[in-house]
Design a protein. Structure first.
Length: 452
C-alpha cells in the first residue's frame, strides 16, 4: 500500500529523534557550562541529574574589589563544571555603589537570581523581594553542617531567606610594632573601655602627633556597646528600636572625651582616610595603633603592612564583650527568579563544597560549616591562624556570655548616613554631644517608623 507524504514525513521525524537520542547517549554531554564531560570528582549528588536537565542561566551579584571578583568567578566556573547545564553570569560593584545598583534592578524587576546582602537583609525581607528557601532545604539546599546561629540569622519572620556566605567576629586590630616602639604592653582580652581610652591617649602621646591610638568607630561599635549593657540597635522579636536616647548619648560622650584627649584620629583625617578603604587606611600606613575590625578584614590589612597585626577582644562592658560569631554577608535569592531550585543548588555548593571553600578561602569570613573550616585550617597561613584563633576565643566566650544575634534596623542605609553625619557634626564642632544625639535619635525614630 502506498504511504502518504504526511506519513513518510512523520516516520522521518521519528527516525531523526531516535538518532538524536542515540547520539546524546554516546556523546560527552558538554552542556552549556565551562566544563565538559563527566562532572568533576567531589561534585555533589545533584550534578548527574543537572547534566541531563534543561540549560539554565543564573545571574549573581556581589560587592567587593577585583581580587574578590577573581576568586568568586573562579568558584562559579567550578560550579559550572559540576553542573554542566547551569551557566552563571557574575557581576560586581564597589561597596559604595552596590546597593544603589541592586535597588534600581529590584525596582525595575531585573534583579539577579542571587545577590549578596549584609546586615541590611531585614530591609529586603520587609520588601518581600527575597526567595523563600525552606522548600529546598534537605533537597537542593544542604544545611546539615551549618552553624545553627547562622541558620537562625537567615530566618526572618519564620522564613529562611538568607544563607550566610561567611562568618566573622569583630575585634580590635592591634599594631604590635607601634606598641613595641612606645614601650607599652599589648592589650589583652578582658580589658574595658576605660583601659581603651587610657591606652589610646598614652600611645598617641608617646609616638607623637602623627600617630593616633585609635580610629573613631562610634558608628560601627554602638551595637556592641549596647549589647554590653543589655540593649541592642534593633529588637527583632518585638519589631522596635532596642535603645533609648540616653544610651546613645553615653556612647557618643565616650568618644567625644577620647577625641578631646587626643587619642583618636581627627575628623578631617578620618574623612580623607576612611578605615573601610584598605588602600587609604591609617592602620596600613602605620599611623593608627588600634581599630575595630571584622576578623575577615585582617588579611587584607596585613598584606599591605610589614608590621604584625594582632586581634584582641573588644573592651568589655557590664555584661561582657557583646561580640558574637556572626554572619559577615550572605546570599539571598530573588523572589521572582525563574530558577529557584538552581539558586538553592548554588547556595548549597557555596557553603558545602570543598573546592569552593579552597577557592573562596576566608575572603568573606571563615566558612559557616564546620567541615569546611576544618578543611581550611589544615593549610592555614600565619594570618589565617590568627583569625581562626581569635574566632575560637570569641566562640568560647559566647558560650559563657551569650548574646542575641544582631540585625540592622529597617531603613539601615538612611540610618547609617544619619549616624555618619552626626559623628562629623560633633567632631567638627557644629553641634555638641547633647544636641547631636538628640537630633540623631529623633531622626532614627523617624526613619524606623517610615520603614518598619
Amino acid at each position: 500500500m502506498r504511504q502518504s507524504r504526511s506519513a513518510k514525513k512523520g516516520m522521518a521525524i521519528s527516525a531523526l529523534a531516535l538518532l538524536m537520542t542515540f547520539t546524546a547517549a554516546c556523546g560527552g554531554g558538554t552542556g552549556t557550562g565551562s566544563g565538559s564531560g563527566t562532572p568533576a570528582a567531589g561534585a555533589d549528588a545533584g550534578a548527574k541529574d543537572s547534566a541531563k536537565a534543561e540549560p539554565v542561566e543564573l545571574r549573581i551579584m556581589w560587592w567587593g574589589d577585583q581580587k574578590r571578583a577573581d576568586r568568586t568567578n573562579e568558584a562559579l566556573r567550578k560550579f559550572e563544571e559540576k553542573h554542566p547545564n547551569i551557566k552563571v553570569v557574575g557581576e560586581f560593584a564597589p561597596s559604595t555603589g552596590y546597593f544603589d545598583k541592586l535597588n534600581t534592578q529590584l525596582a525595575s524587576g531585573t534583579a539577579p537570581d542571587v545577590f549578596f546582602l549584609g546586615g541590611n537583609v531585614v530591609d529586603y525581607a520587609n520588601k518581600g523581594v527575597l526567595l523563600e528557601l525552606d522548600p529546598y532545604v534537605g533537597k537542593e539546599l544542604n544545611l546539615t553542617d551549618m552553624d545553627k546561629s547562622m541558620i537562625q540569622y537567615g530566618t526572618l519572620k519564620g522564613k529562611l531567606l538568607h544563607i550566610s556566605a561567611g562568618a566573622n567576629a569583630r575585634g580590635i586590630a592591634v599594631n604590635t610594632e607601634l606598641f613595641k616602639k612606645a614601650g607599652m604592653p599589648l592589650p589583652q582580652d578582658g580589658w574595658n573601655w576605660e583601659d581603651y581610652a587610657r591606652i589610646s591617649k598614652e600611645i598617641s602621646e608617646k609616638l607623637g602627633k602623627d600617630v593616633f591610638g585609635t580610629y573613631n568607630f562610634t558608628v560601627d561599635g554602638m551595637d556592641i556597646y549596647l549589647k554590653q549593657r543589655g540593649k541592642q540597635l534593633y529588637d527583632m522579636d518585638n519589631a522596635k528600636l532596642g535603645f533609648e536616647q540616653k544610651d546613645a548619648e553615653e556612647w557618643f560622650s565616650l568618644w567625644d572625651s577620647m577625641s578631646k584627649a587626643g587619642g583618636v584620629v581627627t575628623p578631617a583625617l578620618q574623612v580623607s582616610n576612611p578605615p573601610a578603604d584598605t588602600s587609604k587606611s591609617l592602620v596600613v600606613t602605620g599611623k593608627v595603633a588600634m581599630s575595630l575590625m571584622a576578623s575577615n578584614q585582617l588579611g587584607a590589612h596585613q598584606n599591605l603592612i610589614p608590621d604584625k597585626l594582632a586581634l584582641v577582644q573588644v573592651p568589655r562592658g557590664p555584661k561582657g564583650t557583646g561580640v558574637v560569631f556572626e554572619s559577615s554577608q550572605g546570599l539571598s535569592g530573588y523572589s521572582k527568579t525563574k530558577h529557584p531550585k538552581e539558586v538553592a543548588m548554588l547556595m548549597s555548593y557555596w557553603i558545602n563544597d570543598p573546592d569552593a571553600a579552597k577557592i573562596l578561602g576566608n575572603d568573606r569570613g571563615v566558612p559557616v560549616t564546620s567541615k569546611m573550616r576544618d578543611l581550611l585550617k589544615q593549610n592555614a597561613g600565619e594570618v589565617e591562624k590568627v583569625i581562626y584563633d581569635y574566632t575560637s576565643r570569641v566562640s568560647a566566650a559566647v558560650n559563657k556570655e551569650p548574646f542575641a544575634i544582631s540585625y540592622n534596623p529597617p531603613g539601615f542605609t538612611e540610618y547609617n548616613k544619619l549616624f555618619e553625619t552626626t559623628v562629623q557634626e560633633i567632631g567638627f564642632g557644629k553641634k555638641d554631644v547633647k544636641k547631636g544625639v538628640e537630633d540623631f535619635y529623633n531622626g532614627t525614630v523617624k526613619i524606623f517608623n517610615n520603614n518598619k
